[in-house]
Design a protein around this ligand. Sequence first.
Ligand SMILES: Cc1ncc(COP(=O)(O)O)c(C=O)c1O
Length: 439
Amino acid sequence: MIGNALPLMKDRSERLWDRALRVIPAGTQTFSKGPGQYVSGVAPKYIQRGLGGRVWDPDGNEFIDYGMALGPIILGHAYPRVNEAIAAQLRDGITFTLMHPLEVELAEQLAAIVPCAEMVRFGKNGSDATAGAVRIARACTKRDKIACCGYHGWQDWYIGSTSRGLGVPAAVTLLTAHFEYNNIDSLYTLFRQHSGQIAAVVLEPVNFFPPRPGFLEDVKDLTHRNGAILVFDEVITGFRFSVGGAQALFGVVPDLAAFGKAMGNGMPISALVGKGELMRVLNDAFYSFTFAGEAVSLAASLATICEIREKRVLDHIWRMGARLIDGYNRIVAELGLKRLTKCIGYPCWPKVVFNDGDGHASPLLETLFQQEIVKRGILTRPGMFVCYSHGPHDVDETISVYRLALQVLAEAVERDAVREHLEGDIIEPVIRSVLQAPR
Ligand SMILES: Cc1ncc(COP(=O)(O)O)c(C=O)c1O
């Protein structure tokens, strides 16, 4: 079915959605999985099951999946080695009254592979780890303000500083300010305006754009000169850009770091890691919750990390990603679309971008592209999470679909009829803006 452009069957998806709207606010547990992120009326709304690099929706439609549950699935869906580790731990029990030995084993494993990880604490979501890092920084520096760059989760300290800050006390929103990636002057400005008040600089060390030479080093230097703590948010980059995270790839070691997503191949686990002298604040500061040491996720994470290391998983992912980027950009050149779209980013996390020809992002073209690929069996947001189970044939099949979708797009642009081609609503960003201006 991959490649055909017949309308998808979606009765079951739509019926579930109608029921969801009655009992689930926003209809979803995760904004980024909600219908606003895909072309409504065209894309499925639910996934029933997955295997390797593919998923099936409740109506039986099959997709090559690059959404990968927003990044966690690094090996593949229902991956045998991880499933076996989960099953073995399930037979012994899930979570207990006292600590579990796997806590020690996994903490030692992370300490061995992540440069800044002298000590480790676990969590469930990336937001646990980033919020924990902020608490440590505030406790250690006796300062309250945070400078950040990127997305860092749902907790008040971060989300209050974005357009999604409804419900966060105003006093808290005033404590976080944003700086711009690859613009050291913007961080310098924050330190000048909030002199002696910034506890931590929290940033995604890399995203779709490479750091300018010296940028990460300059951030570290400026942060330390101002008496603040450097936190790398490696929730996406960890176990994807390199096993030890972006800090290992770029050779810039932060004081603290947050890991999550890929470390359990889909099981809910995250880690707050860092220098011992800072992490020991957690002897007193409260970072403690019922499921932090839940054993099934610890077992899954150990199996995932072993598999990533033993099978050289990231080499494969980078190779497949490079094939995807090259394939996309070759078609773009052939169809004369270079002005409007290209595939950017590192091979482990490529992203297709669209603009209107005048340098502005084009949600309209992005939506048309999404519509045409999902109808032909590719499920992804613009950022594509390549996994170990995606083989060359999957990537080549994907590129064939991209060719067909880009042909539709080229023809629509040529006839100035993009809007007429749309069968659903234009895709909306989850967070429209952050409060950039320092306050
Ligand atoms: C860079 C980054 N940090 C933190 C988070 C928050 O992680 P979670 O949604 O698991 O709480 C995310 C989630 O997408 C993320 O991409």
